[in-house]
Write a protein that binds this ligand. Structure first.
Ligand code: F6P
Length: 369
């Protein structure tokens, strides 16, 4: 690893999030302005691990021209993947079994061979855990926190979260009128994995009547009681917002796909279960809406765009200062640096004593506890 930087690479890993392109653009512009060359790795690290899949190049030069006009676009021009973690790569064996193989050495070899001096890794918990492992093996790495779930520790927020909440809130606004017109219960399932940030923030902003989050195991009878109480009060419709990771106090989380080597389990289905249970208990016409991947698309809000640009340029400044093994994070009032080892493998759940949670309770939102 040379001490001066001339060439850096950037990659995006895990689920996409609005703001990825704004980070990519700001990394490239800030790096080129320092006289550095910048390269993009396609689809996480697949551009390095599977060069044969990319006849046009698994790693390609990113110039200012190449990133012009992308900051407002959803998705990522580099592509991404949440399968095939290079630290735990699923390799099919001749006997038909699958072996867990560490392919991170191939990434280090590639960086050495191409004289790439550093990596900016934009991702969530999985990608930053990989970044941490690569840093421990000697690669100069700076991480940028991304996820609509907002579940990364040591940063006030991740980019993508605000856009997801803004869109989900708009959906709730639309569902209020149809729920009220038909005097129905609308159950809305949102993403968020094992944290309830999206559901909580959307539930308050969008005036849900019940919000079910993984941090608070729920009793469906208490949720049904809220529906009935609203009817009695002369408000015969209810909006119930359910985080995909929510679970009943005496039950289990809903999983649609089990975890495999290099791939986390996929959650989903709790909305339907909650909807059926409410209808059975209250007799009310109930509909279920799953917002799912709609939360990951679209143009980043100005908040996320600004956060992305602050993160991207801070990552380049950090590399210029000789930093490695860190993540740029949103503190107050400035972006700061935190060690990747303090972030990797950790999750930021909604604190049960947070004022946001208390805000919801004070406004009459029930959590089923
Ligand atoms: O982490 C982002 C996220 O959208 C989670 O909220 C969700 O559980 C997961 O990714 C969905 O992953 P996939 O795109 O593989 O369905």
């Amino acid at each position: 690893m040379s001490s001066t930087i001339r060439r850096i690479a950037v990659c995006t890993g895990g689920g996409d999030a609005p703001g990825l392109n704004a980070v990519i653009r700001s990394v490239v512009v800030a790096a080129v302005n320092r006289g550095w060359e910048c390269y993009g790795i396609r689809d996480g690290f697949n551009g390095i691990l599977f060069p044969e899949r990319y006849p046009e190049g698994g790693v390609f030069r990113l110039t200012k021209d190449r990133v012009r006009g992308i900051a407002h676009l959803g998705g990522t021009i580099l592509g991404t993947t949440n399968k095939g973690n290079p630290l735990h790569f699923p390799m099919k064996m001749p006997d038909g079994t699958t072996k867990d193989v560490d392919r991170s050495g191939e990434i280090l070899d590639y960086f050495a061979m191409k004289e790439l001096d550093a990596l900016v890794s934009i991702g969530g918990d999985g990608s930053l855990t990989i970044a941490h492992a690569l840093a421990k093996k000697g690669l100069r790495v700076v991480g940028v926190p991304k996820t609509i779930d907002n579940d990364l520790d040591k940063t006030f927020t991740t980019f993508g979260f605000d856009t997801a909440v803004a869109f989900a809130t708009e959906c709730l606004d639309r569902l209020h009128s149809t729920a009220e017109s038909h005097q129905r219960v609308m159950v809305v399932e949102v993403m968020g994995r094992y944290a309830g940030w999206i559901a909580l923030h959307t539930g308050i902003a969008g005036n849900a009547h019940a919000v079910l989050i993984p941090e608070i195991p729920f009793d469906i009878d208490k949720v049904a009681a809220r529906v009935v109480a609203r009817d009695v009060d002369g408000h015969p419709y209810t909006i119930v917002l359910v985080a995909e990771g929510a679970e009943p106090a005496h039950g289990h989380r809903e999983v649609v796909e089990a975890a495999e080597i290099g791939h986390a389990e996929r959650l989903g289905g709790i909305g339907e279960r909650v909807g059926q249970a409410i209808q059975a208990r209250t007799g009310k016409d109930t509909r279920v809406v799953v917002l799912g991947h709609l939360l990951r698309g679209g143009s980043p809000t100005s908040f996320d765009r600004l956060a992305a640009m602050r993160f991207g340029t801070a990552a380049v400044r950090a590399l210029g200062e000789g930093q490695s093994g860190i993540m740029v994070a949103l503190g107050f009032p400035n972006v700061n640096y935190v060690a990747l080892e303090e972030v990797a493998g950790r999750m930021k759940a909604v604190p049960l004593d947070s004022d946001t949670l208390q805000t919801a309770r004070d406004l009459g939102i029930v959590f089923g506890d």
